[in-house]
Structures are given as structure tokens and as C-alpha cells.
Design a protein around this ligand. Sequence first.
Ligand code: NAD
Length: 291
Amino acid sequence: MARVAFIGLGNMGGGMAANLAKNGHDVRAFDLSQDALDRAKAAGCLPAASAAEAVAGAEAIVTMLPAGKHVEAVYTDTLLDGAEAGAILIDCSTIDVDTARRVAAAATARGLMAVDAPVSGGIAAANAGTLTFMVGGTQQAFERAEPFLSDMGKAVIHAGGAGAGQAAKICNNMLLGATMIATCEAFALAEKLGLDLQNFYDIASVSSGQSWSMTSYCPVPGVGPESPADRDYQGGFAAPLMLKDLRLAMEAAGSTGADTPMGKRAAELYEAFVAGAGADKDFSGIIETLR
Ligand code: NAD
């Protein structure tokens, strides 16, 4: 088993680092928060006093940080100089494609290997080790990263060169944001038309309107499998994180000249939801603004 550095032990990183330790790796963990370090220690990781201490001697360096600016700062301040030759750098944060490509190029220029490997699946999947990883990088870098990612997830898919993991992630989540809103408004209209919502679910879930937003994550309480709707829209995937991903998608659409009218509207609707009642709700709670 390998020595692994893990930087960023928050909601997602805490569970991911714990799974690496559970799978026998020697995990040197670092976070700015003492609470996070204490939890990592309880989960079998060895807390480090600094990012530099965590990365010294590590074969793999995993980062799970809030946004592109944090990733770039940690890479520039510590990783690029502190990583051992031959180490694989694995960034699992959700960040913009341009920053992902820039940090990967900087790593390559120093003779290091790097992948972007953002995840699908929330805190529960991070804890359970059932995340899906979408990976951007060379074939060689993918092969180096794959065993570590497999210890934290159920699926590891190579999406293409540097930045391709982030590109797949934001396209997927733009689709998710738009289909969730479309699912919510269909149920709201069905209700106004006097349909029984369980009956409408039974019809649409086996008809052409079916989607993951409906059949795995139904936004209507008491309809479909258990979902955050059944817990007053608590837990699950927080609306501010959906908004973050939609903003990244709009940034990417702007820089590539892609026309994404549904994604743009979804971003506007989540912007309004998060500014109001949705600040601490699951993203499916947006149905309350449409019902
Ligand atoms: P979080 O805010 O809970 O955790 C981030 C951690 O990084 C914090 O503990 C913070 O102290 C630490 N940190 C920040 N700067 C640091 C630095 N310079 N050095 C060391 N540690 C530092 O966030 P999260 O929910 O764990 O999300 C992490 C990433 O995963 C984000 O990019 C998010 O978009 C993505 N993501 C989250 C979810 C989810 O459901 N929470 C799902 C998929 C993807």
C-alpha cells in the first residue's frame, strides 16, 4: 500500500480520506481546520502540520478543495515544489476547466503527472466509497490514478486529456439542473391540472418524460423512492453547490461560444432560489418556488 497525501478534509474529503485509510494506505492528511484534522485522525489518517509535511514522500497527492482558486494556491505554494518526482497529483475538487488545465500543465512542466478527477455523488457516496470519478489526463496518468480512485469510488471513467473530467462534470450537472427544474414544473402543472401526483409519477416514470431527477430523486414528498423531498429538502446535494456548478458551466459556455439557453435559465432560477429560501436546502427544493 502507498503513502498518500490528502489535502481538504471537508464534507467530501473527510470520507474519501477515511476510505483510503480503510483500504490500507498510509494517509497523511492536511486541512486548515483543526476539527477536520481531528476527524481524519479518528478515521485512521495521520494529521500533518502543513500541506508540505503531508506531501513529502507521498506517491499520490489528492486534493478536495472548494474552488479553483484554492486548488491553484495549494498547487503553486506547495505541491509543485514539494511533490516527489514520479508522484501522481489527483485533484477531485469541482473547478473551472481553465484552472484544471493550467495546474496540470504546470505539473507536467515539472515532470509530475496530474489528473483532474471530479466526482458525481454527494457526502453519503463519499463516506460509503461509492463515488463516480470522471478523469482528465494522459492515459499514463489515468493508469497511475485509477487504483487510488477505485479505493474511494464505484466507477472511474477516463474522459480525455487534461480538464476533460471537469468538462464532463459540468456538462452532466448542467443537464441535471435543467432536468430537475423541468421535472419540478411538470409536477407543479400536473397538480394544477388536478392529477394525482403518485399516478402521474407512475405514468411519466415509464414514459418518455422519465429522467434520473424523477425516478431516483423525485422532488415531490411521498412520491418515488426515498429522497431529500421526504426530509423537507435537507441533506442530498445543496442548492448552492448546484448553483456553483451551473456558474462553472456558464463560464465554460462563454469561453467556448456554446449556446446553452436551458443551462442559462437553470442558472438564473437557482440564483434566485439560493438568494431566497434555498440557501440551505437540497437542490430539488426548487419545486417549492414552482408549486
Ligand atoms: P467543504 O467546504 O466541506 O470542504 C473543503 C475543505 O477544504 C474545508 O475543510 C477547508 O478547510 C479545506 N481547505 C480550504 N482551503 C484549504 C487549503 N489551502 N489547505 C487545506 N485545506 C483547505 O467542501 P466539500 O463539500 O467537501 O466540497 C469539496 C469539493 O467537492 C468542491 O469543489 C465541491 O464543489 C465538490 N463536490 C461537493 C459535493 C457535495 O455534495 N458536498 C458533491 C460533488 C462535488
